[in-house]
Design a protein around this ligand. Sequence first.
Ligand SMILES: Cc1ncc(COP(=O)(O)O)c(C=O)c1O
Length: 368
Amino acid sequence: MSNLAIKHGAINLGQGFPNFDGPEFVKDAAIQAIRDGKNQYARGYGVADFNSAIAERFKKDTGLVVDPEKEITVTSGCTEAIAATMLGLINPGDEVILFAPFYDSYEATLSMAGAKITGITLRPPDFSVPIEELKSKISKNTRAILINTPHNPTGKMFTREELSTIASLCIENDVLVFTDEVYDKLAFEMEHISMASLPGMWERTVTLNSLGKTFSLTGWKIGWAIAPPHLTWGVRQAHAFLTFATSTPMQWAAATALRAPDSYYEELKRDYMAKKAILVEGLKAVGFKVFPSSGTYFVVVDHTPFGLANDIEFCEYLIKEVGVVAIPTSVFYLNPEDGKNLVRFTFCKDEGTLKAAVERMKEKLLRK
Ligand SMILES: Cc1ncc(COP(=O)(O)O)c(C=O)c1O
């Protein structure tokens, strides 16, 4: 889609990276770290000061006190944390439950680990967890369940009730939880809840996160996994042979980032809420059915009022005839048919770009 977009000069509301830069104080910290000679291999599981900054942040967010030396592993983006978790803690043949739609690296890395994937589809309008289906699929043979909240691509946030039900099923069946929380600071409509903070869950949960979304620095690829020592052991075994260590100066800068004052996070949220309003109101005015998005910088719509056969045809039409890029969601499902009516737009773009995309759609996208 991005290649087609370049060819047609389309406005890219597809791939989830900001078209604006990260904060000056974090970039300055990176430059300073390089100038200060922090340029050789970092310790495998992270620069000590960064591990501490992650622990401080996690305590502020969840109330949990973790040991930065034994319970935190720094990785090259959340993507590596995901891979290290799957490869380090899943054995060939292990059953893992995956909610679809999902971030594509889950399925890929589970396949690399030889997992047996059991899918459960979250369906519009609210993409809530089908509890009865979950109860019928989880068992003592289940090794782990994957959660992503706030959720890419739908913007769904798992409610406390959903998380509590999942938690009690995991405790009952002795199941691990891998929870991807990279959008935790982009929670607009409700409070973000970390699975690890629920009673009885810390000892069976790996929490995955990264710097990219919160600090508009997706190209830095700094991530981490937080887990009790017996799970961290597995994550580190895999990490040691995936990348061994992550960029040293960027870890020093990331420590500065995570110690940002509350006002940074408040402003980030305010900015994104303004962007979201422009896109959501615009998409509604164009004629899409827009599904509620509580967090992330994504929103999912039903494209069927415009008469195209499926999400891929719609996205191709949107690029070639209208000049706007969206992402077909069928790529996020085990069964692509489940996503054929839905496409994803992102609002991690400056307001001028969002308004221009909406104008193009208002002008050229006609209902059939
Ligand atoms: C749900 C989810 N997890 C992880 C990532 C990747 O994070 P990172 O860039 O830190 O590897 C993304 C990026 O789009 C994502 O949407």
